[in-house]
Design a protein around this ligand. Sequence first.
Ligand code: PLP
Length: 343
Amino acid sequence: MKLTRFKRRGYVQQPTPVCFLPGLSQALGGEVNIYIKRDDFLPGCAGGNKTRKLDFVMADVLEKKADCVITCGGVQSNHCRLTLSWAVHEGLDCYLVLEERVKNSYDPRATGNNLLYHLMGVKGIKVIPGDASSPEAMQELADELIREGRRPYIIPGGASNPMGTLGYMNCAQEITQQMFQMDTDIQYVVVPSGSAGTQAGLLTGFYVDQTNIEVIGCDVSRPADAQTEKVRNLASDTLHYLGINEEFPSERVHCFDKFFYPGYSLPNAGMVEAVRLMARTESILLDPVYSGKAMAGLIDLLRTGYFPKGSNVLFIHTGGVPALYKYSSAFFESSGGNGKTSF
Ligand SMILES: *Cc1c(COP(=O)(O)O)cnc(C)c1O
């Protein structure tokens, strides 16, 4: 599938590296080969998956001649950080609507992504309760800005609309080409799944190019049945956007929610183990909200025999590392007893 007919800004100039992870594969028994694709190395402040989607969405922002962007996310949103980052790059103002998905979780002085919002000069932050509607809050903010004579553009949460999803169709094409260059056949891709554009884009990309790779989404914000529907709907919408008049086949959508508990952004033991194991075997940092939970899913699937012996599994590192510093207490508390910190 040729994606050049869609406008983009060129933020993604070259494929992100794919590497074998010998230490992690060995630590997990050595029967399955684990590879990683370093989308945490994508450009934009502190990197991550939203850059691929914003590459396309920001082209539309400029085409519509907007002078500022509005987007939304959790209080430590990587998507908000990267939207702001690319807005700075384009010389546009950026306003954020932050959802308090965990009650009282907004701390105006928090480190992690929150610090980066301020460093990069966010123009406004509006905090809303987790059960309030962020599309409505963004529209209200847009109406206010229009009354002031501005031309705002609303980017949906996670930039997960069909336009943004094209960014992960391109990632699917990169993977296929990299497998060819490495002469390595990958059977499974494991990726975190939240606003769903990443998983839906990989699925759609492999589907339209008839590439037989199973994509497993590890849910970070909702149970498997709801996430499956969300991913499938976005994949279908993306097919329609491409002019392909069919629904995305539901049997291709696999969502795994074992490490979603106790809820979005809240730590669990599997995540802590995964972040630690990755740091100690490969010295690669994962984040506690997305990639750590997805790696916990990969480890669990491996241990329960989901991947046949000799399988090659590709983990997509979607970024998010700034949040590690905000949630550091999860890693100290669970490693020591008697109130003492031990490692
Ligand atoms: C947003 C995000 C995801 C989830 O991607 P979606 O396309 O929203 O499903 C995964 N990892 C990180 C680090 C993210 O910021």
